[in-house]
Design a protein. Structure first.
Length: 375
């Protein structure tokens, strides 16, 4: 009971899939019985005319024999074949409808399921102790009670519904064969219809009960849910370690591109964005590295070691950080601001290398950044 009490969680999708693979699906015997009876009612209603004429012809062939026919083997064989032909069409039709509805009733809840594992022999079921345990289990007792209540309910329902038909049933012997067959088929149809009506509330109760019982059997403990999550998704600690390693590898690749940058724009204490620009102008400036806090400090450190200009422009650094992914071009709205920055950087580089005699004026850090790109 303790193990049962611990299983408080609903079964997961994987648990349900595993159960289906083992052949464990919710089934309702009452639904199967109901559909078979309903099929019988439907089939009798459809083929009652064919069945009545066929049975009448069978009665005529079987009870109007001459003396010679009575002692003739060949004649008996001919009459037997003719009788089969008379009732073949209604019997095949009725059997087909019942067969189809029986399949529908079997898969009405749980759906179609074919499991090779369910076909494997289970020798533990041959254990008499286990068998006795199943016979006297709570589920077996519930099924016994259900059976008793079902028979009592249907029997009582049918008795009161057919109590006025007993005289008609007894009167069949006084009718000619044609009328007796027609009346007998009508009474059979009426009886099966009553049984179907009596079965309907039982099915409406049993179907949700079987679904509830099936889910209850597959309930899981909280530990089982955690273990399944670890098995299917991986240990969270291991996944976190892998993500951390992937992040570190990506950061190392990013840092390797910082020395190739033309300028690093910073918000002195938090943000750093490294830009690279192809002087032929075939593409817009590209963000080759970016980061905040510790990563930003590392970018600035590598940039200084590689003689890459590090320029503090807080609004531009935040805009580049939030609007641009790694190895992608900057937004069109920042073209003008970045162009002014790169022009100043290129001019300063040319001055330091002696390619230009005039030192550029001090950079105006009030660069044109659109309001929608400000962060």
């Amino acid at each position: 009971m303790a193990d049962s009490d611990d299983k408080t969680e609903q079964p997961t999708g994987k648990k349900l899939d595993d159960a289906r693979k083992k052949g464990q699906v919710p089934r309702s015997k009452e639904a199967g019985t109901f559909f078979v009876l309903f099929a019988g009612v439907l089939a009798i209603w459809i083929f009652s005319g064919f069945l009545g004429r066929g049975m009448q012809q069978v009665m005529f062939n079987s009870f109007t024999l001459t003396r010679e026919q009575t002692f003739s083997t060949d004649e008996f064989r001919r009459i037997f074949i003719e009788n089969i032909k008379c009732i073949a069409i209604p019997l095949i039709g009725i059997s087909s409808i019942v067969f189809v509805c029986a399949i529908i009733g079997a898969i009405f809840i749980g759906g179609y399921n074919f499991s090779q594992e369910a076909l494997k022999p289970k020798f533990n079921k041959l254990n008499p102790v286990t068998g006795l345990g199943r016979i006297f289990s709570i589920n077996s007792i519930i099924e016994l009670i259900k059976g008793i209540l079902k028979v009592s309910f249907i029997g009582t329902f049918c008795y009161f519904a057919l109590s006025g038909k007993f005289s008609e049933l007894m009167a069949l012997s006084f009718l000619d064969s044609h009328a007796a067959i027609r009346r007998g088929i009508y009474l059979l149809f009426h009886l099966m219809l009553i049984i179907v009506c009596a079965m309907l509330p039982i099915v409406l109760l049993d179907v949700p009960y079987q679904k509830w019982h099936y889910i209850r059997q597959l309930r899981m403990s909280k530990q089982e849910v955690k273990d399944e999550y670890k098995d299917s998704e991986g240990n969270p600690q291991i996944k976190g370690k892998i993500k951390q390693m992937q992040y570190q590898m990506a950061a190392r690749r990013m840092m390797q591109k910082v020395p190739e940058a033309d300028v690093v724009v910073t918000n002195p204490t938090h943000y750093a964005v490294a830009l690279s620009y192809d002087v032929d102008g075939s593409t817009a400036p590209i963000v080759v590295a970016k980061g905040i806090d510790e990563i930003a400090e590392k970018i600035k450190e590598i940039a200084r070691e590689s003689n890459v200009p590090v320029i503090p422009i807080p609004p531009l650094s935040r805009s580049l950080y939030y609007t641009t992914e790694l190895d992608t071009e900057i937004p069109r709205g920042l073209f003008k601001a970045v162009a002014q920055l790169l022009a100043w950087v290129m001019g300063m580089k040319a001055y330091k290398e002696g390619k230009s005699a005039q030192k550029p004026k001090e950079l105006d850090k009030n660069l044109p950044i659109p309001e929608e790109l400000r962060f």
